[in-house]
Design a protein around this ligand. Structure first.
Ligand SMILES: NC(=O)C1=CN([C@@H]2O[C@H](COP(=O)(O)OP(=O)(O)OC[C@H]3O[C@@H](n4cnc5c(N)ncnc54)[C@H](OP(=O)(O)O)[C@@H]3O)[C@@H](O)[C@H]2O)C=CC1
Ligand SMILES: C[C@H]1O[C@H](OP(=O)(O)OP(=O)(O)OC[C@H]2O[C@@H](n3cnc4c(=O)[nH]c(N)nc43)[C@H](O)[C@@H]2O)[C@@H](O)[C@@H](O)C1=O
Length: 329
């Protein structure tokens, strides 16, 4: 995508040049938001603003507007959303479309109206058509039908990308969008049904190991392919985009490597140390057959992921063991 509307609006400042600037990280207790806060703290940012869901419900427009009027952050990273795996997306379509449209509309609009210098919106690889070319380039957006298990969430995320583009075109607001692939790591949602595959399997294998079970049930056929990115790599990529990218088109952020769900299940089993059998429940949906993102755009800008899947899984399982008593989800 080129032309005048794709111009950089980042004249006169750089995200990393003044670490005393106020940065609002929305969704700071989640998988992504907590990793971004860790990253910003490690870089020396001193003015990170956070609010829990209880303190500020981002679906309430008047509350969001009052927050921005009072706090007046310079930068916003939007990692608050209604998020879940294939079952949750399939079961609560109204929540996934409505809550996400509300949160992102409120935060993007208030950010613009209260003088935020730059905002980064997070989408997801599920925005792309179910049968997109692989690896999926950014320009595959809106070229075909979506995967049915997550179309409601995908429509909200596509609207978020378009809202950032519209505010950039009409208002010269420096709103950019990053599209992460499937993520995992510390502070993930380990809910037995509503989580994504990786934390779901980690918990199921762990509980089977501790309980002495002989079998663990895994959903679907095991044949779908997924690309996984450690959330600390994503946080690094988000900071990279905040500092280096100012353009109309969204940017894919992935690891570039994919595994089948069967391979993932075997790897999680090994890392957790479960010695029983896998049983496949083919009554559960597989979802999209493959969604490997084309990461060449961000790679050409100078960013690539660092964490291999096995190392990332070991790191996540270590975190899980240290925090398992506190996992409420
Ligand atoms: N996890 C993944 O694999 C992927 C995630 N992404 C994107 O990354 C972003 C973050 O996802 P992730 O960290 O996994 O999600 P989490 O569910 O771990 O965290 C989401 C955060 O948003 C907060 N939140 C939700 N609703 C509201 C609300 N109404 N008001 C205020 N805060 C709210 C949650 O708070 P609380 O829990 O208290 O409700 C939580 O802290 C999302 O935009 C998601 O689409 C993209 C690709 C893959
Ligand atoms: C990030 C992305 O995440 C969601 O899409 P998804 O990639 O299909 O997500 P998933 O992690 O839930 O499943 C991946 C695969 O794994 C299989 N699978 C096996 N066993 C379990 C299991 O126990 N739990 C889950 N959840 N899946 C399982 C499952 O059947 C599927 O084949 C989107 O809705 C949307 O939220 C989005 O953008």
């Amino acid at each position: 995508m080129g032309g005048a509307n794709n111009e950089s609006l980042a004249s006169g400042f750089s995200f990393l040049s003044d670490k005393s600037e106020k940065v609002f990280v929305a969704g700071h207790r989640g998988l992504v938001g907590s990793a971004i806060v860790r990253k910003l703290q490690s870089l020396g940012f001193t003015n990170i603003i956070v609010r829990t869901h209880a303190e500020l419900d981002l679906t309430v427009q008047s509350a969001v507007d009052a927050f921005f009027a009072t706090e007046r952050p310079s930068y916003v990273i939007l990692a608050a959303a209604k998020v879940g795996g294939i079952h949750a997306n399939n079961t609560y379509p109204a929540d996934f479309i409505a809550v996400n449209l509300q949160i992102q509309t409120n935060v993007i609009d208030s950010s613009y109206r209260h003088g935020v210098k730059k905002l980064l919106f997070l989408g997801s690889s599920c925005i792309y058509p179910k049968f997109a070319p692989q690896p999926i380039p950014e320009n595959a957006l809106l070229t075909g039908p979506l995967e049915s298990t997550n179309e409601w969430y995908a429509i909200a995320k596509i609207a978020g990308i378009k809202m950032c583009q519209a505010y950039r075109i009409q208002h010269k607001f420096d709103a950019i969008s990053g599209m992460p692939t499937n993520l995992y790591g510390p502070n993930d949602n380990f809910h037995p049904e509503n989580s994504h595959v990786l934390p779901a399997l980690m918990r199921r294998f762990h509980e089977a190991k501790v309980g002495g079970a002989k079998e663990v049930v895994v959903w679907g056929t095991g044949s779908p392919l997924r690309e996984f990115l450690h959330v600390d790599d994503l946080a690094d990529g988000v900071v990279f985009l905040m500092d280096s990218y100012s353009g109309l088109e969204h940017v894919n952020v992935g690891s570039g490597t994919e595994v089948t769900i069967k391979e993932l299940a075997e790897l999680v089993k090994e890392v957790v140390g479960f010695e029983g059998e896998l049983v496949w429940d083919s009554s559960k949906p597989d979802g999209t057959p493959r969604k490997l993102m084309d990461n060449s755009k961000i790679a050409e800008m100078g960013w690539t992921a660092k964490t291999g899947l096995k190392d990332g899984l070991m790191d996540t399982y270590k975190w899980y063991l240290e925090n398992v008593q506190n996992i409420k989800k």
